[in-house]
Design a protein around this ligand. Structure first.
Ligand code: NI
Length: 170
């Protein structure tokens, strides 16, 4: 198994749109295993293939649920088939370090796609899992958390990055 490099803003690769996956084979399953490992290594709750520079339409998630349980999933070619309600949970992103904002999302969604074995998957999600899934599906469209931020917050973040990258004077 291996840990991938996670691209961060403003790397243009994050703007790429993912393409539909046609073959669910051993190579893709190995990629999914590495995605899990990369996400866990980075202490993330979700990771989209576009964040590691791949144009595959898939994401993985590992979200804490009630009773210390976890919801662990990999979804291939995800599509939202139902969405309702509103929810705004504070979000962070491995591709936008040191940045958190509340984003308005649907409170309940139903998605369809395929699991790592190529079986049809239909999943209802609410709460944090619904938010994480919508966040990861944004990545597959080339959208990051910063696109949801106000001009002011985005500007401040970009400014902080520029400050960080300036060489020390002493
Ligand atoms: Ni993210």
């Amino acid at each position: 198994m291996s840990i991938y490099k996670i691209y961060t803003y403003p790397e243009k690769i994050l703007r790429r749109k993912a393409k539909e996956i046609k073959n669910i084979d051993g190579e893709l399953q190995a990629f999914i295993d590495n995605m899990y490992e990369t996400m866990h290594f980075a202490s993330g709750v979700g990771l989209a293939a576009t964040q590691v520079g791949k144009e595959n339409a898939l994401f993985v998630a590992d979200v804490p649920a009630e009773d210390d349980k976890r919801q662990i999933l990999a979804v291939i070619n995800p599509v939202i088939v139902e969405s309702e309600g509103e929810s705004a949970i504070e979000e962070g992103c491995l591709s936008v370090p040191n940045f958190r904002i509340n984003v308005n999302r649907a409170a309940r969604i139903v998605i369809k796609g395929y699991d790592r074995n190529g079986k049809d998957l239909l999943l209802e999600a609410t709460g944090l899992l619904a938010t994480v899934i919508q966040h990861e599906m944004d990545h597959l469209k080339g959208i990051t958390l910063l696109d949801h931020a106000s001009l002011l917050k985005r500007g401040a973040y970009i400014k902080s990055l520029k400050k960080e990258s300036k060489p020390d004077k002493d």
